[in-house]
Design a protein around this ligand. Structure first.
Ligand code: NAP
Length: 298
C-alpha cells in the first residue's frame, strides 16, 4: 500500500519540490495542502495526481483533518506571510500536536537554528522554527528536521543584485569572506523524498539542505561568467550597513546573515548530493535560470 504523505506548503517552493519528488514514486501518495483548492496551482497539482485538500495552519482542526490517515507529513510554515514569530511557533506546535493525535509515523519539519541562543541576538524566523524543533523533539513523534540553506532563487526575487553602473551589479549579501550555503529550493524536495524512503537512517536527525557553499566573490564570478557582458561583484556590505537599509525585515535579515557568518550553520552538501545526485550547484542553477536572472537585472 502506498504511504500517504501530507505536504504543507504544496503550492510553494519547499512543499512544491516535495510534491514533485513524491509524485515520481509509486510507494507514496501525495496529499497536498493549500488554503485555496480552487487556485490554478492547486488545480495543477490535482491534475498531476495529488489529492488536494484545504487546510490552514492557523486552524488546528483543519490541520488535524489533513493529517488524518496519512503515514507521514512535510510541514513548512511561512514566517514572511505575517512577520510574527509567536504565530509561526504556534502553527508548528499545533501541527505537532495534531500529528501526535492522529498517529503520524514520520513528521518531517522544515526547521532552522536558534540564533538567539547561539549569538544572543534575535532572528525571529529562525528562533520561531527552533522552538518548534525543540517541541517536536520532546513530543515523542518520529521526526526529521530539515534546515534549508538560503535559496539561490532569491537572486531573482528578494536578493536581486543591485545595479551600480552600466552592466555592473553588486551582490549585497553581508557575508564578509565567509562561504554561504545555498540551494535551489525545489531541489530540496528530492532530498526530503529520500528521507522518507530511508526513514530509519534519518529518524530524530537534523539535516542541513544545501547544493553549494561559496563565498560572495565566487557567487559573483559565476554570475559574471554566464551573464556576460554583465559583471557582478561582491558589494562588501557589512551586517550593520545591511540592517540600516530600512526595508521591512532588514534587521531580521541582517541578523540572519550575521548568524550565517558567525553561527556555523551545518548544511551538508555532500549528504544531499548522495541522496539526490542531480542536486544543482550554483553554476548549474545559473545555467538553468539565465532568462530569469537577466530579467531581474534588466
Ligand atoms: N527564502 C529562503 O532563502 C529560505 C531559506 C530557508 C528557509 N526559508 C523559510 O521558508 C519558509 C517559506 O517556505 P517557502 O519558501 O516554500 O514558501 P512560499 O514558496 O512562499 O510558499 C508558501 C506556502 O505556504 C502556504 N501557506 C502560507 N500560509 C499558510 C497557512 N496559513 N496555512 C496553510 N498554508 C499556508 C502557501 O499555500 P497556499 O497559498 O496555497 O495556501 C504556500 O504553499 C519561510 O518560513 C522561510 O523562513 C526560506
Amino acid at each position: 500500500m502506498a504511504k500517504i504523505i501530507t505536504v504543507f506548503g504544496a503550492t510553494g517552493g519547499q512543499g512544491g519540490g516535495v510534491v514533485d519528488a513524491l509524485l515520481t514514486d509509486p510507494a507514496f501518495k501525495v496529499r497536498a495542502v493549500t488554503r485555496n483548492v480552487n487556485s490554478d496551482k492547486a488545480q495543477k497539482l490535482k491534475a498531476r495526481g495529488a489529492e488536494v485538500v484545504a487546510a490552514n495552519v492557523d486552524e488546528p482542526d483543519s490541520v488535524k483533518a489533513a493529517l488524518k490517515g496519512a503515514y507521514g507529513c512535510f510541514v513548512v510554515t511561512n514566517y514572511w506571510d505575517h512577520f510574527d514569530a509567536a504565530r509561526e511557533t504556534k502553527q508548528g506546535k499545533d501541527a505537532v500536536d495534531a500529528a501526535k493525535e492522529v498517529g503520524i509515523k514520520h513528521f518531517v519539519y522544515s526547521g532552522l537554528e536558534n540564533v538567539q541562543r547561539t549569538l544572543g541576538i534575535p532572528c525571529e524566523h529562525f528562533d520561531s522554527k527552533a522552538a518548534v524543533e525543540e517541541y517536536l523533539q520532546q513530543s515523542g513523534l518520529p521526526f526529521t528536521s530539515v534546515r534549508f540553506s538560503l535559496y539561490f532563487d532569491n537572486f531573482t526575487t528578494i536578493l536581486v543584485p543591485t545595479k551600480v553602473g552600466e552592466n555592473k551589479f553588486a551582490l549585497n549579501l553581508p557575508m564578509g569572506s565567509v562561504p554561504l550555503d545555498g540551494v535551489a529550493v525545489r531541489d530540496g524536495g528530492e532530498v526530503i523524498h529520500q528521507i522518507f524512503v530511508k526513514e530509519k537512517e534519518f529518524m530524530g536527525k537534523f539535516v542541513g539542505i544545501g547544493g553549494d557553499r561559496l563565498t560572495m566573490e565566487q557567487y559573483a564570478a559565476i554570475l559574471s561568467k554566464h551573464l556576460a557582458p554583465k559583471k557582478f561583484v561582491d558589494g562588501k556590505i557589512t551586517v550593520e550597513q545591511y540592517k540600516a537599509l530600512g526595508f521591512p525585515g532588514a534587521t531580521e535579515m541582517g541578523n540572519m546573515f550575521d548568524f550565517y557568518q558567525r553561527g556555523n550553520p551545518e548544511r551538508n552538501v555532500e549528504l544531499c548530493r548522495q541522496l539526490h545526485p542531480k542536486i544543482r550547484n550554483f553554476e548549474q542553477w545559473v545555467l538553468d535560470n539565465k532568462d530569469a536572472l537577466n530579467k531581474a537585472t534588466s
